[in-house]
Design a protein around this ligand. Sequence first.
Ligand SMILES: Cc1ncc(COP(=O)(O)O)c(C=O)c1O
Length: 391
Amino acid sequence: MAKAIYYGKQTIDQRDIDAVCEVLHSNLLTQGPYVGRFERDLANYVEAPYAVACSNGTAGLHLACMGLGITQGDEVWVSAVSFVASANCARYCLANVRFVDIDPMTGNISIKALEKMLAHTEHLPKALIVVHMGGNSCDMRAIAQLCQAHSIAIIEDACHALGSTYHNEPVGNCRYSDCCVFSFHPVKTITTAEGGMVTCKDPKLAKQLRQFASHGISKDIDDWSHPDPAPWYYEQHTLGYNYRLSDLQAALGIAQLHRIDSFLQERRAIIERYEQAFANHGLLHMQQITANSCSAYHLALIQCADKNIRQKIYQALAEDHIFCQLHYIPIYRQPYYRKLNSTEFNEYPGAEAHYQQALSLPVYPTLSIDEQKRIIKVIEQTLRPYLQLAN
Ligand SMILES: Cc1ncc(COP(=O)(O)O)c(C=O)c1O
């Protein structure tokens, strides 16, 4: 039987194993020196003033919403096509969520749709959550311009985009946003198994995020309302969570971050080979990358000419044990959100087109050239009858 290939996979080698073992042999498995080191390394990498580690990307999004003061009665607007966590974070804070349509070519929030919603909505959102789909940066300059005019905070869901750039600057530096959130789930650019990071520019916000991630507790004497000289003293000021990353995970993250350039190179080479294979016929095309964006290619997103062709490709690949994914079912289609908002699907033509036609092909650093040839061959064989029909 042919070896199974999945759409994404971690890349682990002996250096990762050694890094984790070193922590296992130490006294501190959770809050030792590695978490701070990983935060500094990641902040340096994305050129952000502050980085706060957390237990996963979902926790990071929740922290970002809490840190920006999102609360009951607030509106938060979210890109219509993403993983549900991009919207759930606002619901954790009891905000009302509204969705903004996407551009099916890029998979990112549609600037035109955002502009239109802003012009026609009375109750403007407190925050907008944009998603860099598959690592393709949104047009952050245009988004920031629109949001700044209405004092709307911006959270970048960059769970796919560690290693991506926008106007030659790393996604994560928060030049155009308040917070940027990364995930280190195994299929992402680097992994800590579960793990996440929030970057920001504002020192006060960074401090708040850190407190929310650790039960709302402050160990900083300057914050205390009832200072006590006892060495064991601390104060809880808000209702926080245990959203901390452990030293074990941080050690893995540091080792992975050292190799991010080669991971990105491999991903980009794979995408180039897909681009070459699928050029020159109209039956499918690769995701269109935003001008001035350089994607980390968390996903190899294709758009098929129609849902029938998408289904045929998915099925033929699955029969050869090649397992693709659809990123994503539009969030407004989820029963939870349908109960909350009475949504007409035709309000989101971009998201609906994407939903009918998108598919994520395998991309990860250890995908071999032979494995990729196998994928391409199955797709070419599947498309052949349609190409003959067209001639
Ligand atoms: C766009 C997006 N946002 C948020 C998340 C949540 O990240 P995590 O799985 O680390 O909680 C994911 C995870 O897949 C994601 O793809």
